[in-house]
Design a protein. Sequence first.
Length: 261
Amino acid sequence: MAKLNAFAVWGLLKELRMAAADTRPLVVSGPLAAQLAKELSRGGDGRLVRVDGRVDGAALLVRVIGGAPTEEDERQLKAAKRARIPVIAVQTGGEVVDIPYVLPTDVVMVPPGSGFPLEEVAAAIAVRLGEAGTGLAARLPVLREAVCQALIEQFSRKNAVVGAAVWVSGADFALLTLNQLRLVLRLAAAHGVEIDQQRLPEVLTTIGAGVGFRALARRLVAAVPAARWLVRGSVAYAGTRALGETAHRYFHAVGETEAAV
């Protein structure tokens, strides 16, 4: 941890505060939009889930589409694309149809006769928002688990690439560790936990556990030198994921404790 630049760490803390302050709302529109918005805002700040047709200032548009897209559906989806606002389509009616301006992976199907699959909707929102979902997760508990899991997967993949691509021994240490620190700080923000000077040493100690995974990677590379890129990438992925899951559980417990006080 001594190799970490203090300015880099404080820079991440500044980034964390900015992420936590991002209060751009979700916009939900289309048939049954009010019902879906109510479910997404359950237990949280209802002001962050807006029900109307305006996409300006939104973090993401959730468009409910009943069956085949109408002209109004296409108009709003096109407006969101022009404004560079990510879109999730929630399609009711049971029939799979192409939706313009929306990737198939960003379409959540609603089975006939059932309610909104809230976990699937939350997961789709989390993937599309990425790190930008941190502030919303802190204020909308329905999104929190999905956003945290998306962050863990995103940073685990990043570190897998770093571990596989960096060939000079030790050169990956700072980048892997900073990515892990950034992940932990994002998870803290998603749980509404503030990291201050008193709590930072505790977080850094948690991050230090990642050193053990890099030691394991070095031993495995020595044992299987022909596949070192695969070994290093796999260990970096697994180590970052394990660290993220541990931090996720830790901040969940901290958040519950602080809420009970």
